[in-house]
Design a protein around this ligand. Structure first.
Ligand code: FAD
Length: 328
């Protein structure tokens, strides 16, 4: 088993004892691994222990043998989450290249959980498989897309999913359909600690040039309408209804450009929060909660967070604990 040295001795720390309770692995275990800077928002504390499995067998054996009182969290490329400043207790799993294969079979595409959605769209295009272009508009992984039922520009993961390979906490692996998992708008019914290993998606035979044109259109639309070059986390709140857009409610509450600490509502798109460079995770979460409160006062609608907030706050940020208690 490879154990990395502590990488950031100056940040918040967990006691190092957890690693002794973990099963043997062939991959890498890193205590107090700094992971916040690698998220899209660029904020957040360490993982108590970060596990990078060597391969699928290593991951399945680890999860099956890991004591059940130790929480497990899986990260994709963290384009839809805030890691709180105190870090993530328990195990954080990040899957590497071994989980990122993508293969076209006739008009279907199979992809590992760590494959980037963009690469799935590009491989589908190259293989003349249409209907998966929407993946090019989502800057996450297939694992994240399965958890979030990600969708963009008229396409949604649940509509193209044949089955996903799902690893449960007891070490069993099941092939599941969108219906089995209760996929609906930005929602998945499965427990928080399941791990998506891969997905198989159905497309239809198409014309390469047409498919590539559609991918270009999506790219241009995103660049015009989303602050994609800033530290952000995508759509902060789910739309309350197809004809009630979250951005509009935020705008109508007068919150375009509104700031708390180093966190700000994007001037370009009111449903995106951005880190101006100095924000903490607590600033961003406070800003989101203040928006929810003010939108509810103005419109009577309590927005639902689409962004996942993971981990624990620092002791000084007690108000975040109250938000967490209200959510649970
Ligand atoms: C600029 C920008 C634009 C965006 N536009 C869109 C959009 O148009 N449509 C849209 O739907 N989303 C959009 N997003 C949000 C985000 O890209 C998607 O939700 C994406 O699916 C998240 O994937 P990820 O790999 O980054 O997941 P993460 O953010 O790392 O994780 C998100 C959730 O999925 C879980 N998760 C990740 N991988 C796995 C796995 N293998 N097994 C189990 N759970 C897992 C995590 O635990 C977490 O709960 C946007 C984000 C940004 C920053």
């Amino acid at each position: 088993m490879a154990i990395s040295p502590i990488a950031d001795p100056t940040g918040p720390r967990f006691n190092a004892g957890l690693i002794d309770r973990l099963p043997k692995v062939r991959g890498r275990l890193t205590p107090n691994a700094p992971i916040g800077a690698a998220t899209w928002f660029g904020v957040g504390g360490p993982a108590e222990v970060l596990f990078k499995p060597q391969d699928k067998e290593d991951l399945i054996n680890f999860v099956g043998a890991c004591p059940k009182d130790i929480p497990i969290t899986v990260l994709g490329v963290a384009s839809n989450l805030i890691i709180r400043d105190g870090g993530i207790p328990g195990i954080v799993i990040r899957m590497g290249r071994e989980f990122a294969s993508i293969e076209a079979q006739d008009t279907n595409v199979a992809a590992g959980a760590a494959a980037l959605d963009m690469n799935v769209a590009l491989l589908a295009a190259k293989s003349s498989v249409a209907d998966l272009e929407f993946f090019s508009g989502i800057p996450g992984t297939i694992g994240g897309a399965l958890r979030m039922n990600a969708g963009a520009y008229g396409g949604e993961t649940k509509d193209v999913l044949i089955t996903a390979e799902v690893l449960f906490r007891d070490g069993t692996v099941k092939e599941m359909t969108a219906q089995d998992m209760g996929l609906s708008y930005r929602h998945n019914d499965l427990p928080k600690d399941v791990i998506f290993l891969s997905g198989r998606f159905k497309g239809r035979a198409g014309d390469v040039l047409e498919i590539e044109k559609r991918i270009d259109e999506i790219k241009n639309k995103r660049a015009e309408s989303q602050p994609i070059r800033t530290k952000t986390g995508g759509s902060t709140f789910a739309n309350p209804a197809p004809d009630k857009r979250a951005w509009q409610l935020v705008d109508e509450a007068g919150l375009r450009g509104f700031k708390i600490g180093g966190a700000q509502v994007s001037d370009m798109h009111c449903n995106f929060l951005i880190n101006n460079g100095t924000a903490t995770a607590a600033d961003i979460e406070r800003l989101g909660e203040e928006i929810r409160k003010r939108v509810a006062e103005k419109s009577g609608i309590m927005l639902r967070w689409e962004i996942k907030r993971i981990g624990i706050p620092l002791d000084k940020d007690r108000d975040i604990l109250e938000f967490m208690q209200r959510d649970s």
